[in-house]
Design a protein around this ligand. Sequence first.
Ligand code: SF4
Length: 497
Amino acid sequence: MKVRRKFIFILNNLGMSVSQPSNNPSFPLSQVVQIGNLSVGGNHPLCLQSMTNTNTLDTAATVAQCIRLYEAGCEIVRITAPGIKEAENLFNIKKELNKREIQIPIIADIHFNPKTAEVAAQIVEKVRINPGNYVDRNRGKVDYSEKEYQLELEKIAQRLNPLLTICKENGTAIRIGTNYGSLSERILAKYGNTPRGMVESAMEFVQICKDFGFQNLVLSMKASRVKIMIEANKLLVERLIESGQYFPIHLGVTEAGNGDEARIKSAAGIGSLLAAGIGDTIRVSLAEEPEAEIPVAKKLVNYYARKGNAVHQKNPKTSDITGKGDFPILKMQYPGIPYDELLIRSTVDFTLLHQKTNVKDIRITNQGQTNDSQLEILSQNIQQALGIRNYKTEFIACPSCGRTQFNLISALEKVKKQTSHLKTLTIAVMGCIVNGPGEMADADYGYVGAGPGKVTIYKGSLPVLKNIKETEAVQALIDLIKKEGDWVEDESAGLDL
Ligand code: SF4
């Protein structure tokens, strides 16, 4: 109880950590979990993760990507296993990595398919399951009596127990990975599509694991909206501490997209939680080559980790807020640091002070090192990432994985080029029809991979144009936006900006 009170005090005063050393010694530590040879949680250093986007059946390409990730500094690599064949091929991937003496723990990413998890758990060090779809199937039911709800939980326990037995026998860890947008209808009926629903979805699985005597668990709460991701993680830690067992937490802002916008969303979500003492492993999710994620993750860990080589910085304080009434501005001055560092530090610093004071405006200076227009765009991107104000279209894009059957990285660029001026809209670019439609959650339009070279265009959650050729899909998206009356012309087009 004492620890919990202290924890809640820290959460309530999250902004305090702005001016404190980031390795806050009073913050409760998670318990330690083994992922192969790697110890995660407690006082162990934060681990950097990423995920391959090759076809899992293409052993050579997947091994080559794992090696590139390992050489970049990735410490745990996740590989999708959509079916039994892919799960079995994880054996060959591991064998090839072992031949090259690359000892990097592998996580099999599982959705909808307990059998696949059971195969993968005998091969790799960890499996990630999604409590929203591991057993539950959404069939349009909106009401559950207490009895129906309990019966569903019993069904989940029966379906989960074989995996727990295999994991116990093989020393395999499990990540219960909840995503906003892929909650089961049972959870939605009781808690809605909310951070609380995300947390309760995971805690039901935690309880089943504990009842079984299985504790090799890591948890995650991911969302593309930064504020939801932060809120869900804080709530999760509170619930875990209440329950008497604080399992390690994996942090990530999912479907963050690419470029500066994605780096800023990750910095705001992951960085502010790390600065508050939450998180044991992290993934900066980018719709770019997976290796590009690692340098960003390293910078976040170096600045904001509570463990390892945490850096004590002079961050902005409440007294740096100028102006009165409804329009206070936070002025943040940096000593001429490189732009990639500035992006991360200014984002996390502003996020922490915004949480504490609700300051909404920001002026950044960097001793003449960064030009005014870059600083202006950086400020705008930070405000948009925190949901304060939209300056352009909000893009959600998954980082792609072995389920993706089209070139998502170039498709995202094309969609952004044509539609970035639609600042009242959220547009999603998602790699697969299995998880994409759910996880793009509240997007207005979606460009979703439907098969090799095929795309389905969504209006909200409805698939409107199905199986469009990839070469025609961007135009089809634009035509649909026009038909729905949501298109405006880009007034800056043709201007020499
Ligand atoms: Fe993979 Fe993207 Fe589908 Fe998620 S939405 S499973 S990252 S292709």
